[in-house]
Design a binder for this molecule. Sequence first.
Ligand code: UDP
Length: 244
Amino acid sequence: MRTNVLGIMNALDLAMRLQARVLQASTSEVYGDPIQHPQREAYWGNVNPIGPRACYDEGKRCAETLCFDYFRQYGLRIKVARIFNTYGPRMQFDDGRVVSNFVLQALRAEPLTLYGDGSQTRAFCYVDDTVEGLMRLMHSDDGFNGPVNLGNPQECSMLELAARIIAECDSTSCVVSKPLPQDDPRQRMPDISLAQKALGWAPVVALEEGLRLTVADFRKRLFVGDAAEQKPAGLKVGCLSENA
Ligand code: UDP
């Protein structure tokens, strides 16, 4: 909560001094466990303010509020993007997110940890598409502040994701069921008509292609030495992350 709120306040104050524009990397989490589907920017969301996810959800919501307060009160130029589940090469191995967990588990022939029954959905956006959307947003007219959804409206259940990743990795892994975390959103998919209209943007990398590129990158980082033999490096999760 402090990172989200004090962080954006520092950035906004600095931008005031420098007359700079501010990009707020907001999130689909501001919609919480959404009752409206797909999610449009006009939807106010459904967030539990005291649950274990609240520090992120409410922190990001408060950060959006601060951006718009600075815009209204001081005329600061702000741009707010609501990013939906980005994935791709160079993700940190130990970030705990579903794509990195499943890909690592599949490549190591370990069971994939499916939380709940796997019917919950997300819409995954390939990193290059997200970056292109953010660049377009920053280059848009000063009159356009957002918030704008940036995501790929290709909805996928976690069970389907597990099957896709097992197939892409040519893995012998099975799936094990683990408890569903509290307040885990049941469904999520962006309506991107605003981004299409205001930024001329839409994602171009389908999930199948994005997973192929992601698995290739994870394979390269996980298995060192003779690539043909594909021997595990024997290091703990995260040790080979380029960011580590
Ligand atoms: N998830 C899962 N297994 C994992 C990690 C996550 O089944 O090893 C589920 C998680 O419960 C959620 C979905 O995958 O329903 C996406 O989780 P992630 O943390 O990647 O993104 P977020 O929930 O923040 O959108």
